[in-house]
Each structure stands twice: as structure tokens, then as C-alpha cells.
Design a binder for this molecule. Sequence first.
Ligand code: GLN
Length: 494
Amino acid sequence: MEQTTKAAGHPKGLYLLFATEMWERFSYYGMRAVLVLFLTKAMLMDKAFASKFYGGYTSLIYLTPLIGGYISDRYWGNRRSILVGGILMAVGQFILFAAGSAYGTPLGQGLLYLGLGSMIIGNGFFKPNISSMVGTLYSATDKRRDAAYTIFYMGINLGSFIGNTITSLIGDTGRPEDFRWAFLACGIAMVLGTGLFQWGKNKYLHTPEGEQVGNTPINSPGVKGVFAILPVMLALALGFLWLDSTTLPVIMPLLILSAVGIAALILLDKSLTHGDRQRVYVIFTVAFFVVFFWAAFEQAPASLTFFADEQMNRTIMGYTLPASIFQNLNAFFIVTCAPLMAMLWTALGKRGQEPPSPMKMAIGLALLAFGYLVMCFGVNDLQPGVKVSMFFLVALYFLHSIGELCLSPIGLSLVNKLAPLKFSSLLMAVWFLANAAANYLAGFMSSLYPEAGKPSPKLLGFEITDLYSFFMVFVFAAAIASLILFLVNRKLVK
Ligand code: GLN
């Protein structure tokens, strides 16, 4: 038994989940890397609408885990949810492949919606379950759990790196008919991930005592209530996914309503102690700040890719790199810098100087602001037709990635630690909701990307006349959020 359960200090099951998630992130980030270019260059959407479409789509991607998590907790258990989710996501990618083959036609348009809809539902089942399964491999007191999540985060970024590289090279070639190859590769990756999971789940996914995990729901199965929820999911995917100017604005109120609903549900519960309640407030406060972070960060596949495509010199030694490949720098810096950051926190910890979690998050936001500030230097007084050196974008991604390392893994474990047990999944949902709102806003912000020959977009009365003022918006938003978090840090720690 010992032989099959332990590998390099961690259960082998961790590596199965690592590999499964790696292929899934290959598929998600690989597709997302070329999505906005596919929308503008093959489906001929204008940049502003393609941006909002991207924001609406990724926002729904983070919304369905609420429902997927619920179904899994109550009825299906982790394993079945991951299988169903994986299949739906693979099917979605293959439908996108068909959409890419029929681009520019009404059929292609219909297939685009259907493919993305399938992936939205699939992700709802897949993502929350694969993440929570990691923890189930360890006993509640096991100290290796945090390290396990760090290793898992590496899998995420390794998958993103490989996926993004392949899809950029085969899909973002300048020929609109090539985008479909990117989607095909993503479909194959998803089949590999799901197949691998099916192959290894009985062998490797068990507790330290050898008991199988993820087969049974946490709550008793009850009536086949899943049939009551499926229509809701379908409505969500098909109704809202017909993302046009009338359905898009519905998403944000829906998110706010869900957040208020969850907050009410938790805070009205009489069994919570005063301390519990304080901790719930902290989670909501932190989630609020996280919205600013991801809204600015997730410009990567949208406005930052428009920038790389049109305004940046992408030629190295005679070879012109695809614009979408630069998003890869994020995963690259995460994988290479994560061990260094871990060493830094440990070293500071030994001297009793490790900053508390909200402080680290404030640092993350500050780094985000710095990243955009560097960019502002690059585009200041930019003359039409002149291209900017790629240094500025590389520096931005470096600073943003270090910022992500300060904020993202820490936020997740903070929610895990602070949430009263009874509401742990619901508070995890709050974290996902924050991501959903952020992605929606990211799309909205990217839609303000200034274009020559078009009227300057306006934000709260402020006119965005050029790239400098566009990126300055992010500098200010992230800097202000960081400053406030610095100021309330003490209170949150208490
Ligand atoms: N890159 C991480 C992932 O894909 C975190 C993304 C996020 O929380 N927005 O899981």
C-alpha cells in the first residue's frame, strides 16, 4: 500500500489531479489566448464588442461553479462531476473547432455560442471539484496540504504555458482559417485530461487510510433534485450566452444579487458566533478587493493582446512572434518565480517578519499598478504608426505575475481557513463570484481600448484619448485599492 500511495512526500493522487488539471488548463487558457483575436479577425466583431463578449463569457465560466459545486455536494460527488464536466468541455472545444471551420457564416456564429455554452456548463462541474479533491487526499491536520495546493498551482500554470504556446503557434498565424486548429488542440487536451482522470481515479484517489474519495456527495443524495437545477444551468448558458448588447448587461446585476443572497443566507444564520461573523466579513472584504485585481489583471487576453497585435514590435531575430503568445509570460513567471517567493516568505517568516495575508494582497495590487505604470512610460507620446518595444509588456507581465503570487494562492487558503465549516462551499462560491465580477469588468474595461479614427471612449466623465490614458486608469484603480487595503490591513488581521 505504502508503495502506491506515496511519491516524493505526497500521495500519488496529487499528481493525478495535477496532470488532469494541467490538461484542463491547457484547454481553457489555450482557447482563451486566441479567443479575442478569433472574434475580431475571423468572426469580424469590433474590438469593443469582442471585449465585452470575452468578459461575459469568462464571467459565466466563474458563475457556474456555484451550481456545479452544489450538485456535486448534494448529489453527484466530485468524481462524477469532474467526468461530466470534462466531457462537456471537450465537446465544447470540438464545437468551437467546427465554428472555426465555418467562420464568417451564420452556422459558425451559432456553433460559437453552442461551444462556449457547453464549456461554461462543463467548467461549472469541473473546476470546483478538481480543486476541492486536492484537500481530500490529506487528513485534516496534515501539514503538507498547503504545499499540495502550491504544487497544484504549478500544474495550472504549466498547462496554461504549454496550451498557450501551442494554440498561439498553430492558431494565431494571421490566417483566420487557422484558429480552428487551436480549438482542436484544446479539445484533444481535454480528452487526454478526462481520460487520464478516469484511468487513475480508482487507483490513486483515496485518503491516507486507503478509503476512496469523491464518490459520494457530502450531503445525502435526496430526491433527484438535479433535474430541477439542470434547467437553471441551461437557461444560464443558452439564455445568457446569447451574449449580445441586451443580455450582457444582465450579468452584473445577477452577480450582485447572488452575492447579496449568499451574504444574507450566511449572516442570518443564528448558529454563527460573533467571531464567525467577523471572519465572514473579512472574506467578503478581501473578495471585494480581489475584484479590482483580476479586473485589471485579466486584460491579458483582451486589451493587452490588442496592444501586442497592433502597437508592439514582435520581431526577434527576423522572426515575428504571434501576438497571443505574450500572455504566456504570466505562466512562465509563475512557474519560475513561485519557488523564489515561497523561499522569501519562509525566510521572512523565520525572522517573524512575514506580512499578514491582507498585506500581501495589498502588495499584489501595488505590483499590478506598477506593471501598468511601466506600460505608461512605453506608450507616452506614442506617434501613430510607431511600434513600442516588447520590453514594456514583458516587464508588465513580470510585475503582474509576482503580484498574482502575492494574492491568488493566499486568497484561496485564507477563505479555506476563515470560513465556518458549515458554509465553506458557499464562501468558496463568494471567491468564484468575485472572479466572475472581475472578469465581467475586465471585458468592460477592455472595450474602452482607444482606437484611431473612432470617438474617444469615456469612463466616469474621463475621456480616454490614447493608450497612455487607457493604461493610467488601471494604475489609479489598482493603486487606490492597494492603498485602502494597506490602511484597513490591521483591522482585517484582528
Ligand atoms: N490562474 C489560476 C487558475 O486558473 C487562478 C485564476 C483566478 O483565480 N482568476 O486557476
